[in-house]
Design a binder for this molecule. Sequence first.
Ligand code: C2E
Ligand code: MG
Ligand code: MG
Length: 745
Amino acid sequence: MYRDGLKKKFMIMTVAVVTVTLILFSTAAAFLAYLLNSSRDYERKQMQLETAEYRDRILNQVDTTMQILTTLAKAYEVSDIASSNEKLVEIMSSTNQANDFISMLYIRSDGTGIINAPDYGTIDDITYSDCHPEAVNAMREAFTGKNTISGMFTSLIYNEKVFVYSVPVYKNGEIIGVLSAADNIDFFTEMANENTVLSGSGYIHLIDSSGKFLVRSENTIVDERLDSIFDGHYLSEQTKRDTQIALNQGESIFGEFSSGRHNYIFYVDSLGINDWNLFCANTYMGSSALGETFIGVVVALLFFVISIAVFMLFFGYRIYKIKSNELLHVAYFDALTGADNTFKFDEDFQYAIKETSEYSVAALNIHNFKGINDLFGRERGDKVLSFVKSVIEDNLKEGEFFCRDAGDLFYIFLKDTDEEVLRRRMGEIVSYIRNTSLSYGEYSYDIGFYCGIAVRKDKEHALIALQSIRTVQHEYIAFYNKELHDEIRHKNRIESYMNIGLENREFKLFLQPEFDLSTNELVRAEALVRWQKPDGTFRYPNEFIPLFESNGFCIKLDMYMVERACEQIRKWMDAGIKPIPISVNQSRLLLSNLNYPKDLENLTKKYGVPPSLITVEILEGTQTDDIMLLRKQIDSLRSRGFRVSMDDFGSGYSSLNMLGMLRIDELKLDRGFLNKFTGDEAKRQKIILRQILAAAKDLGITTVAEGIETVENMEMMKSLYCDQGQGYFYEKPMDSEKFSEKYMK
Ligand code: C2E
Ligand code: MG
Ligand code: MG
């Protein structure tokens, strides 16, 4: 159903909006993650590159120093410098000055040696015990033939951090001593303090394999004085463990640590000298080309765009929802009264009848609502409708509902089935509205109602019950029943087919002869319509003429029949046969049209038929007819040469008075007169009939007796001086061809 359809659409819409929002956010998140990731990768690569660069610089420096020392050692060997203390002192102090070593030392294989420090001069009788153990270790190592570098230690002489390079000195292929040079760590410190590490946003330290700082840059992130990178709570336990493992194995590793509210990354790489490592640290994205600000701007921009998109999405969704609700309102409610409309009623009805089988539907219609509109104006009419709506609303029980159909028609779903109860309930509604409207002041108006009720049936059945009321006098409530429905269905069927029937010439001209009672001569024929269905069967006038009278179709049909009569007369004339006049039955509806006499004349002209050959039979009509108009029309017809007959005289409101007022040519006595010539009434009827016939004669009006069925009928009418007769005694109506064959030769 529509409501369910809309709900479903809402659901789809909601899911779509949420999905799109989620997709937008997850895309943004993924993009951000990608951005961060690639930025971090870039960052790491950068760190690796720079660390490698620093390592190269250190190794170059160390290599150069080692080269100098090796060259000196070679010179010692070649020149046998080592054999003389004086030579050693001399050469050492000059090379020391040239190379900026803080001291130089030569130690012999017997453990004695000589040391020269530029600021302190030369001591020529030192032993291992005068040296720092780190230096001793390096020297001992050099005695095994390796160029070595000692660990860092604080020089007792200079009170600063130093380390020692040691190379072996050979003589005749044998190591006779070790030449050492002590150097301070200025080179490392300067390098660590350079402001160029990672574009200035990073720094570099030298640490040993236990994480202890050997050289700590001044540009630290962590202000605290720390001995080791593992001190404090900067590194997580896991990171500490991983880093220690990497340090032990001389491998490089990336890690993270935090200080304050910031995160940093670090990179540890082995230097390849002793257990020395470079420790490079940097803030996230610190040196990346994108930069922190750039990322920030991108993130802000991204979220701004997404927020706008999401806002617009939700805004659109809201508008859609509002519009849908409006649509729902338009689709379900009557704009004028605010009541439900039939669409909603039908849906509710479908739901309701699943719940209960004890229900009825009432169709309530205001009698002559058009009149209210005409009298008091549309606005007032609208107010009446709104009032009716509110009264119905106030009289509903739980689970009952109603709607306004087009105009002044309301349908009500009631949870009652008892006819008396329904009658009472509808009566209450109707009388409340009527009483209120009557006491409404200057515009008091008696609102009448029709009400059709269908028990356990839908609103279409209630409407059928309602339609049936129009024929029921003094009753405003009708209940649906099958017979009524069949009748209406029959009517509808006829109505839906009548125009086609006319176009297909299914309406046939039948003729019944009229005879002169005294001479038995054929004087005229009456045209009677028969509806021949395509299957060959006939429908008689009483089955459709009353309906055509009420729906106005008679106007068309009667003119059509006049045309068929003219056509027939024309045929006779063309065949050289003297035509007889034909009487045509004409509905009263035609006579209210002022053009009618002229139209009729035009028809006769079209076929070249003298109007005198056409007798217009008019039903006697009701008291309320406009006699003056009728008189005018009759006069007009006669002035054009038509004969005018009053049909079925005596069956309705006929009075002799009328004979005086209307100048007619013929009076057709209703068949009913003949039926009344039995029993007690017979004598009285005869007296009246005689008077009528005498009066007609005096007025020069021809009299025709209808329904002559027996020779007695004929004899009696003849004895009363009735002029002509028509009836089964003579002939039944027959189709025009048969008639022509039998009578027109
Ligand atoms: P009506 O004009 O009074 O026509 C006479 C009716 O009496 C005809 O019925 C005819 O068949 C019937 N009738 C004739 N002789 C006898 C008889 O001896 N006994 C009996 N019991 N009936 C006899 P029909 O043809 O069924 O027509 C019924 C009525 O329908 C007509 O009554 C007329 O009022 C109307 N009608 C017929 N054709 C037309 C038409 O073309 N236009 C209009 N508006 N009404 C028509
Ligand atoms: Mg007639
Ligand atoms: Mg008649």
